[in-house]
Design a protein around this ligand. Structure first.
Ligand code: KG4
Ligand code: ZN
Length: 355
């Protein structure tokens, strides 16, 4: 079954054609340049950019699939999938409208996908040739780490998910972005912090606080760390720092504090669930330091850890939505009333949509 998948949940207009776990064609029109002057995503700019680009992105995706002979024409599309949430309301709307239009015009079934389910399965997505050859093994433990979410999810089976822990305030990526802003760096801050931290040898010179570490729960918090950084930079924590000369050490110490929290809480999820197959997804899963630390943790637990196999699969993309949709379709999970499908900006994984 070939699925045309659409994701417009945040600042990427993304369309893909997938078959099972394989990506036949994928286009991502990033809006990063439109937003970075503002230091974050501006919803109205995002909506406008999605509206302007969606048709071109769909056309491009179809054109590539046809020119590479992965489909003959649009008759080879068997279903349409779209992200219904979580995400920016006015951005989600654009993709949903387009997906409804295609499902109606082509008389195809529609699959409404939770965006986090896409990130959850992103480590298992394959290229058009079926590489890397991976199969989803339930149960697996997922770490979803992006700019909007930080969650530890136990995927018990296809369609059965339990959130074991999550951030109670900022997401890890959001914390990295805010730290970057305080340090006068660009947006998104995660990759810049990663680079500076590497240059500092991933040192932990300032040993910033790791909130909620002593708590039993697998929940985590990053807003206190962000506030600490703010006052630390003002010199109000009894240490004199000079942002420009101490930049690398500051970035690195902040990144270590975030990753220590995430790893400590993820390990709680590991111990609680006893699960030895781990899958990591979301924008921050591109971070090499995080990957190295998770691989080391996997070694001590005799576990297997999977990451999105290609860089574009870490951030927002429609390919992962198509793959998640394939798993939903295998359970007959289609939208029954296409007109009634609406965006759910605060959709939670595990609370399934019923339309
Ligand atoms: O998944 P994503 O593209 O969008 C959503 O939030 O859904 O994630 C974006 C986040 C941003 O906070 C960005 O700074 C972070 O992912 N990010 C990284 C890296 N690449 C992107 N954080 C750390 N290291 C990276 N290499
Ligand atoms: Zn995302």
């Amino acid at each position: 079954m070939n699925i045309l998948a659409i994701d417009t949940s945040a600042d990427e207009t993304s369309v893909a054609i997938t078959n099972g776990f394989r990506v036949l064609s994928s286009t991502i029109a990033s809006q990063i340049r439109s937003h970075n002057v503002w230091g974050g995503i501006v919803p109205s700019i995002a909506k406008l950019a999605h509206v302007e680009r969606i048709d071109g992105v769909v056309e491009n995706t179809l054109r590539i699939a046809k020119s590479k002979k992965r489909i003959a024409d649009t008759n080879d599309i068997n279903a349409v999938a779209v992200t219904y949430g979580p995400g920016l309301s006015i951005a989600l709307e654009v993709g949903i409208r387009k997906a409804k239009e295609f499902a109606t015009k082509w008389k195809l079934p529609l699959i409404a996908v939770n965006h986090m389910k896409g990130h959850l399965y992103s480590p298992f997505v394959q290229n058009s040739k079926g590489n890397p050859p991976r199969t989803v093994l339930f149960p697996f433990l997922s770490l979803l780490i992006s700019g909007g979410h930080t969650q530890i999810v136990l995927a018990k089976d296809n369609g059965v998910y339990e959130i074991l822990g999550e951030t109670v305030d900022d997401a890890a990526g959001e914390a990295l972005d805010k730290a970057a802003k305080m340090l006068g760096l660009g947006y998104p801050g995660g990759p810049i912090i990663e680079q500076l931290a590497r240059e500092a040898g991933n040192s932990d010179t300032y040993h910033f606080p790791r909130p909620m570490m002593r708590e039993e729960s697998a929940n985590m918090s990053f807003s206190g760390l962000k506030t600490h950084m703010f006052y630390f930079l003002k010199g109000e924590k009894g240490v004199r720092v000079d942002i420009s000369s101490d930049l690398r050490k500051l970035a690195s110490s902040f990144q270590e504090a975030v990753f220590d929290s995430v790893l400590h809480k993820f390990e709680k999820g590991v111990i609680r669930s006893g699960v030895k197959v781990w899958a990591v997804g979301g924008g921050v899963s591109a971070n090499k330091r995080l990957r190295r630390r998770l691989r080391a943790l996997a070694k001590t637990h005799h576990a297997q850890v999977y990451f999105p196999p290609y860089p574009y699969l870490c951030g927002d993309n429609a390919a992962m939505i198509g793959v998640a949709a394939h798993l939903m379709a295998s359970r007959g999970d289609y939208v029954s009333d296409i007109d009634a499908l609406d965006r759910v900006p605060r959709a939670r994984l595990g609370q399934e949509l019923s339309v």
